[in-house]
Write a protein that binds this ligand. Structure first.
Ligand code: ADP
Length: 328
Protein backbone atom coordinates (compact mmCIF):
# COMPACT_ATOMS: atom_id res chain seq x y z
CA UNK A 1 0.00 0.00 0.00
CA UNK A 2 1.16 3.56 -0.54
CA UNK A 3 3.27 4.59 2.46
CA UNK A 4 1.91 8.15 2.48
CA UNK A 5 -0.84 7.04 4.78
CA UNK A 6 -1.07 5.46 8.16
CA UNK A 7 -4.07 3.37 7.23
CA UNK A 8 -1.86 0.67 5.67
CA UNK A 9 -4.47 -2.05 5.37
CA UNK A 10 -8.13 -2.22 4.61
CA UNK A 11 -10.07 -1.25 7.72
CA UNK A 12 -10.62 -4.11 10.15
CA UNK A 13 -14.26 -4.81 10.80
CA UNK A 14 -14.62 -5.05 14.52
CA UNK A 15 -18.32 -4.54 14.82
CA UNK A 16 -20.27 -7.00 16.87
CA UNK A 17 -23.96 -7.18 17.42
CA UNK A 18 -23.71 -9.62 20.30
CA UNK A 19 -25.08 -8.09 23.46
CA UNK A 20 -22.30 -9.48 25.64
CA UNK A 21 -19.85 -7.17 23.89
CA UNK A 22 -21.72 -4.14 25.16
CA UNK A 23 -20.96 -2.56 28.51
CA UNK A 24 -23.51 -3.21 31.29
CA UNK A 25 -26.16 -0.52 31.84
CA UNK A 26 -24.70 2.40 33.80
CA UNK A 27 -25.96 3.47 37.25
CA UNK A 28 -28.31 6.48 37.50
CA UNK A 29 -25.39 8.73 38.40
CA UNK A 30 -21.96 8.50 36.84
CA UNK A 31 -19.04 10.26 38.50
CA UNK A 32 -16.24 11.79 36.50
CA UNK A 33 -13.06 11.71 38.58
CA UNK A 34 -11.38 15.05 39.31
CA UNK A 35 -8.99 16.17 36.57
CA UNK A 36 -6.58 19.07 36.06
CA UNK A 37 -9.19 21.23 34.35
CA UNK A 38 -12.09 20.20 36.58
CA UNK A 39 -10.73 19.72 40.07
CA UNK A 40 -14.03 18.95 41.76
CA UNK A 41 -15.00 16.24 39.24
CA UNK A 42 -18.55 16.04 37.93
CA UNK A 43 -21.68 13.93 38.11
CA UNK A 44 -23.78 12.99 35.10
CA UNK A 45 -27.39 11.91 35.59
CA UNK A 46 -28.04 9.14 33.12
CA UNK A 47 -31.27 9.45 31.11
CA UNK A 48 -32.75 7.43 28.29
CA UNK A 49 -30.96 5.02 25.98
CA UNK A 50 -30.11 6.72 22.68
CA UNK A 51 -28.81 3.70 20.81
CA UNK A 52 -26.39 0.80 20.62
CA UNK A 53 -23.50 0.60 18.21
CA UNK A 54 -20.94 -2.11 17.53
CA UNK A 55 -19.34 -2.10 20.97
CA UNK A 56 -20.64 1.15 22.39
CA UNK A 57 -23.90 2.09 24.03
CA UNK A 58 -25.16 5.64 24.19
CA UNK A 59 -27.31 7.40 26.80
CA UNK A 60 -28.70 10.86 27.28
CA UNK A 61 -26.85 12.44 30.22
CA UNK A 62 -27.37 15.65 32.20
CA UNK A 63 -24.51 17.36 34.00
CA UNK A 64 -25.74 17.58 37.61
CA UNK A 65 -26.34 21.10 38.91
CA UNK A 66 -26.71 22.47 35.36
CA UNK A 67 -29.20 22.14 32.52
CA UNK A 68 -26.51 20.93 30.13
CA UNK A 69 -27.27 17.71 28.30
CA UNK A 70 -24.84 15.47 26.47
CA UNK A 71 -24.64 12.10 24.79
CA UNK A 72 -22.69 9.69 27.02
CA UNK A 73 -21.06 7.08 24.84
CA UNK A 74 -19.96 4.14 26.98
CA UNK A 75 -17.35 1.66 25.91
CA UNK A 76 -16.26 -1.37 27.90
CA UNK A 77 -12.65 -1.25 28.94
CA UNK A 78 -11.66 -4.89 28.45
CA UNK A 79 -11.59 -4.74 24.70
CA UNK A 80 -9.59 -6.98 22.39
CA UNK A 81 -6.22 -5.34 21.59
CA UNK A 82 -7.18 -4.52 18.00
CA UNK A 83 -10.37 -2.92 19.21
CA UNK A 84 -8.50 -0.92 21.84
CA UNK A 85 -6.15 0.47 19.18
CA UNK A 86 -9.02 1.38 16.91
CA UNK A 87 -10.76 3.10 19.81
CA UNK A 88 -7.62 5.09 20.72
CA UNK A 89 -7.29 6.35 17.14
CA UNK A 90 -10.97 7.25 17.11
CA UNK A 91 -10.58 9.17 20.35
CA UNK A 92 -7.47 11.02 19.23
CA UNK A 93 -8.98 12.06 15.94
CA UNK A 94 -12.45 12.95 17.22
CA UNK A 95 -11.11 15.02 20.13
CA UNK A 96 -9.26 17.30 17.71
CA UNK A 97 -12.31 18.11 15.59
CA UNK A 98 -14.21 21.34 16.04
CA UNK A 99 -16.81 22.09 13.37
CA UNK A 100 -20.52 22.94 13.40
CA UNK A 101 -21.36 19.77 11.46
CA UNK A 102 -19.24 17.34 13.49
CA UNK A 103 -20.50 15.94 16.82
CA UNK A 104 -18.52 17.96 19.37
CA UNK A 105 -16.27 15.90 21.59
CA UNK A 106 -16.25 17.30 25.15
CA UNK A 107 -14.36 14.90 27.41
CA UNK A 108 -13.46 11.30 28.09
CA UNK A 109 -13.05 9.57 31.46
CA UNK A 110 -13.10 6.15 33.08
CA UNK A 111 -15.72 5.06 35.58
CA UNK A 112 -16.20 1.52 36.94
CA UNK A 113 -13.88 0.12 34.25
CA UNK A 114 -15.81 1.64 31.36
CA UNK A 115 -14.71 4.53 29.18
CA UNK A 116 -17.21 7.37 28.91
CA UNK A 117 -17.16 9.85 26.06
CA UNK A 118 -19.05 13.06 26.71
CA UNK A 119 -20.35 14.17 23.33
CA UNK A 120 -22.65 16.80 21.92
CA UNK A 121 -26.21 15.45 22.14
CA UNK A 122 -28.02 14.76 18.89
CA UNK A 123 -31.55 13.99 20.08
CA UNK A 124 -33.19 13.54 16.67
CA UNK A 125 -31.64 10.24 15.61
CA UNK A 126 -29.64 9.63 12.47
CA UNK A 127 -30.03 10.95 8.95
CA UNK A 128 -30.75 7.38 7.89
CA UNK A 129 -33.78 7.07 10.18
CA UNK A 130 -35.12 10.43 9.04
CA UNK A 131 -34.65 9.73 5.32
CA UNK A 132 -36.33 6.32 5.70
CA UNK A 133 -39.21 7.78 7.68
CA UNK A 134 -39.78 10.45 5.03
CA UNK A 135 -39.11 8.07 2.10
CA UNK A 136 -36.53 10.44 0.64
CA UNK A 137 -36.01 14.19 0.93
CA UNK A 138 -36.91 17.05 -1.39
CA UNK A 139 -34.13 18.60 -3.47
CA UNK A 140 -34.00 21.77 -1.30
CA UNK A 141 -33.60 19.55 1.77
CA UNK A 142 -30.85 17.58 0.02
CA UNK A 143 -29.08 20.88 -0.73
CA UNK A 144 -29.30 21.81 2.95
CA UNK A 145 -27.64 18.57 4.11
CA UNK A 146 -25.29 18.31 1.12
CA UNK A 147 -23.74 21.70 1.95
CA UNK A 148 -23.41 20.82 5.64
CA UNK A 149 -21.71 17.48 4.99
CA UNK A 150 -19.44 18.88 2.25
CA UNK A 151 -18.36 21.58 4.75
CA UNK A 152 -17.49 18.98 7.38
CA UNK A 153 -15.52 16.93 4.81
CA UNK A 154 -13.59 20.02 3.72
CA UNK A 155 -12.70 20.68 7.35
CA UNK A 156 -11.57 17.09 8.05
CA UNK A 157 -9.46 16.93 4.90
CA UNK A 158 -7.82 20.26 5.69
CA UNK A 159 -6.82 18.72 9.05
CA UNK A 160 -5.40 15.67 7.29
CA UNK A 161 -8.18 13.32 8.33
CA UNK A 162 -10.01 10.92 6.02
CA UNK A 163 -13.22 9.67 7.59
CA UNK A 164 -13.58 6.51 5.43
CA UNK A 165 -16.95 5.48 6.87
CA UNK A 166 -19.34 8.28 5.98
CA UNK A 167 -22.89 6.99 5.78
CA UNK A 168 -26.34 8.19 6.77
CA UNK A 169 -26.32 6.01 9.90
CA UNK A 170 -23.17 7.81 11.14
CA UNK A 171 -24.64 11.27 10.64
CA UNK A 172 -26.75 12.41 13.56
CA UNK A 173 -29.28 15.24 13.87
CA UNK A 174 -29.03 17.94 16.53
CA UNK A 175 -32.06 19.63 18.08
CA UNK A 176 -32.34 22.04 15.16
CA UNK A 177 -32.07 19.15 12.68
CA UNK A 178 -28.56 20.08 11.58
CA UNK A 179 -26.38 17.21 10.40
CA UNK A 180 -23.45 16.23 12.63
CA UNK A 181 -20.91 13.64 11.64
CA UNK A 182 -20.29 11.25 14.55
CA UNK A 183 -18.27 8.05 14.93
CA UNK A 184 -14.68 8.36 13.77
CA UNK A 185 -14.16 4.62 14.19
CA UNK A 186 -12.49 4.06 10.82
CA UNK A 187 -10.94 7.49 10.32
CA UNK A 188 -7.29 7.68 9.35
CA UNK A 189 -4.67 10.33 9.54
CA UNK A 190 -3.26 11.35 6.22
CA UNK A 191 0.30 12.54 6.32
CA UNK A 192 0.48 15.99 4.78
CA UNK A 193 2.58 19.13 4.81
CA UNK A 194 5.40 18.94 7.30
CA UNK A 195 5.20 15.18 7.88
CA UNK A 196 5.43 14.62 4.14
CA UNK A 197 8.54 16.79 3.90
CA UNK A 198 10.19 14.83 6.68
CA UNK A 199 9.25 11.57 5.04
CA UNK A 200 10.52 12.70 1.65
CA UNK A 201 13.82 13.68 3.23
CA UNK A 202 14.22 10.39 5.07
CA UNK A 203 13.11 8.18 2.19
CA UNK A 204 15.40 9.99 -0.21
CA UNK A 205 18.37 9.07 1.98
CA UNK A 206 17.58 5.43 1.30
CA UNK A 207 16.67 3.84 -1.99
CA UNK A 208 13.74 5.32 -3.85
CA UNK A 209 13.32 2.12 -5.86
CA UNK A 210 10.20 1.12 -3.99
CA UNK A 211 8.58 4.50 -3.53
CA UNK A 212 5.48 5.35 -5.56
CA UNK A 213 6.06 8.49 -7.64
CA UNK A 214 3.12 10.39 -6.13
CA UNK A 215 4.92 10.36 -2.79
CA UNK A 216 8.00 11.98 -4.20
CA UNK A 217 6.22 14.58 -6.30
CA UNK A 218 6.24 17.80 -4.36
CA UNK A 219 2.90 19.44 -3.85
CA UNK A 220 1.01 16.60 -5.45
CA UNK A 221 -1.60 15.15 -3.20
CA UNK A 222 -2.73 11.54 -3.38
CA UNK A 223 -6.38 10.81 -3.98
CA UNK A 224 -7.05 8.71 -0.88
CA UNK A 225 -9.17 11.44 0.68
CA UNK A 226 -11.53 11.15 -2.28
CA UNK A 227 -13.14 8.05 -0.71
CA UNK A 228 -15.17 10.52 1.38
CA UNK A 229 -16.40 12.28 -1.78
CA UNK A 230 -17.60 8.93 -3.16
CA UNK A 231 -19.50 8.35 0.11
CA UNK A 232 -21.10 11.79 -0.12
CA UNK A 233 -22.22 10.91 -3.66
CA UNK A 234 -23.89 7.78 -2.27
CA UNK A 235 -25.45 9.77 0.57
CA UNK A 236 -26.87 12.35 -1.87
CA UNK A 237 -28.34 9.57 -4.05
CA UNK A 238 -29.82 7.93 -0.96
CA UNK A 239 -31.27 11.18 0.39
CA UNK A 240 -33.01 11.75 -2.96
CA UNK A 241 -34.34 8.22 -3.49
CA UNK A 242 -34.25 6.75 0.07
CA UNK A 243 -32.06 3.85 -1.16
CA UNK A 244 -28.33 3.61 -1.78
CA UNK A 245 -27.56 3.23 -5.52
CA UNK A 246 -25.86 -0.17 -5.48
CA UNK A 247 -28.06 -1.94 -2.94
CA UNK A 248 -27.99 -5.73 -3.43
CA UNK A 249 -28.41 -8.86 -1.35
CA UNK A 250 -24.70 -9.80 -1.35
CA UNK A 251 -21.60 -7.68 -0.74
CA UNK A 252 -19.95 -9.11 -3.88
CA UNK A 253 -22.83 -7.86 -5.95
CA UNK A 254 -22.66 -4.41 -4.29
CA UNK A 255 -18.93 -4.23 -5.14
CA UNK A 256 -19.57 -5.34 -8.69
CA UNK A 257 -22.30 -2.76 -9.21
CA UNK A 258 -20.16 -0.02 -7.64
CA UNK A 259 -17.21 -0.92 -9.86
CA UNK A 260 -19.42 -0.84 -12.97
CA UNK A 261 -21.31 2.26 -11.75
CA UNK A 262 -24.41 0.15 -12.28
CA UNK A 263 -27.20 2.25 -10.76
CA UNK A 264 -30.58 3.55 -11.83
CA UNK A 265 -32.60 6.58 -10.87
CA UNK A 266 -36.29 5.94 -10.11
CA UNK A 267 -38.39 5.84 -13.25
CA UNK A 268 -40.32 9.15 -13.48
CA UNK A 269 -43.23 7.33 -15.19
CA UNK A 270 -43.84 4.89 -12.36
CA UNK A 271 -42.49 6.76 -9.36
CA UNK A 272 -43.78 9.89 -7.63
CA UNK A 273 -40.28 11.24 -7.48
CA UNK A 274 -38.95 13.89 -9.79
CA UNK A 275 -35.17 14.10 -9.77
CA UNK A 276 -33.57 16.97 -11.63
CA UNK A 277 -30.93 16.66 -14.29
CA UNK A 278 -28.59 18.73 -12.06
CA UNK A 279 -28.97 16.30 -9.14
CA UNK A 280 -28.18 13.33 -11.40
CA UNK A 281 -25.17 15.08 -12.89
CA UNK A 282 -23.83 15.97 -9.44
CA UNK A 283 -24.01 12.37 -8.24
CA UNK A 284 -22.39 11.12 -11.47
CA UNK A 285 -19.40 13.48 -11.03
CA UNK A 286 -18.90 12.31 -7.44
CA UNK A 287 -18.93 8.65 -8.48
CA UNK A 288 -16.14 9.01 -11.04
CA UNK A 289 -12.65 7.60 -10.55
CA UNK A 290 -10.92 9.18 -7.55
CA UNK A 291 -8.76 11.64 -9.47
CA UNK A 292 -11.82 13.00 -11.28
CA UNK A 293 -14.04 13.54 -8.24
CA UNK A 294 -14.68 17.16 -7.23
CA UNK A 295 -13.31 18.66 -3.99
CA UNK A 296 -15.90 19.98 -1.49
CA UNK A 297 -15.56 23.58 -2.74
CA UNK A 298 -16.34 22.49 -6.29
CA UNK A 299 -19.27 20.37 -5.10
CA UNK A 300 -21.11 23.29 -3.51
CA UNK A 301 -20.50 25.34 -6.69
CA UNK A 302 -22.28 22.72 -8.82
CA UNK A 303 -25.50 23.93 -10.58
CA UNK A 304 -27.52 21.64 -8.29
CA UNK A 305 -26.56 23.84 -5.33
CA UNK A 306 -26.27 27.19 -7.13
CA UNK A 307 -29.45 27.17 -9.20
CA UNK A 308 -31.99 25.80 -6.73
CA UNK A 309 -33.73 26.99 -3.59
CA UNK A 310 -31.89 26.53 -0.30
CA UNK A 311 -34.19 26.33 2.73
CA UNK A 312 -33.57 28.34 5.88
CA UNK A 313 -32.28 26.43 8.87
CA UNK A 314 -35.27 27.47 10.98
CA UNK A 315 -37.73 26.08 8.43
CA UNK A 316 -35.88 22.79 8.38
CA UNK A 317 -36.20 22.41 12.15
CA UNK A 318 -39.97 22.60 12.23
CA UNK A 319 -40.59 20.68 9.04
CA UNK A 320 -38.22 17.75 9.32
CA UNK A 321 -38.87 16.82 12.90
CA UNK A 322 -42.40 15.87 11.96
CA UNK A 323 -43.35 12.46 10.55
CA UNK A 324 -43.65 11.87 6.78
CA UNK A 325 -44.81 14.68 4.47
CA UNK A 326 -48.52 14.62 3.51
CA UNK A 327 -48.03 13.17 0.03
CA UNK A 328 -46.43 9.90 1.14
P1 ADP B 1 -20.27 2.54 17.48
O1 ADP B 1 -19.01 3.35 17.38
O2 ADP B 1 -20.13 1.40 18.43
O3 ADP B 1 -20.84 2.14 16.15
P2 ADP B 1 -22.08 4.74 17.50
O4 ADP B 1 -21.20 5.93 17.50
O5 ADP B 1 -22.70 4.35 16.19
O6 ADP B 1 -21.33 3.49 18.14
O7 ADP B 1 -23.20 4.96 18.56
C1 ADP B 1 -24.21 4.00 18.82
C2 ADP B 1 -25.58 4.64 18.77
O8 ADP B 1 -25.66 5.65 19.78
C3 ADP B 1 -25.88 5.37 17.48
O9 ADP B 1 -26.43 4.53 16.52
C4 ADP B 1 -26.86 6.44 17.93
O10 ADP B 1 -28.14 5.91 18.03
C5 ADP B 1 -26.38 6.77 19.32
N1 ADP B 1 -25.48 7.96 19.32
C6 ADP B 1 -24.15 8.01 19.09
N2 ADP B 1 -23.66 9.26 19.22
C7 ADP B 1 -24.72 10.04 19.54
C8 ADP B 1 -24.87 11.46 19.81
N3 ADP B 1 -23.85 12.30 19.77
N4 ADP B 1 -26.11 11.90 20.12
C9 ADP B 1 -27.16 11.04 20.16
N5 ADP B 1 -27.08 9.72 19.91
C10 ADP B 1 -25.89 9.22 19.60
Amino acid sequence: PPPNELKAKAPVQLKSTKDKEHPPPPPNNVTEPPSSDRKEGAVYQVGKLLGKGGFAICYDGKLAGTSKRYALKIVKCQMPTKMEQKFQTELQIHSKMRHQNIVQFHRAFTFESCTYLVLELCPNGSLMDMVKRRKGLTEPEVRFYGIQIAGAIKYMHAKGIIHRDLKMGNIFLDRYMNAKIGDFGLAALLLTGKDMQIMRRTTLCGTPNYIAPEILEKGKKGHDHMVDIWSLGIIIFAMLTSKPPFQSSTTDEIYRRARDRDYEWPNPETSQKYISHEAKDLVATMLQDADMRPEPDAIVQHPFFIAGHLPLAADMTTKLREAPPENS
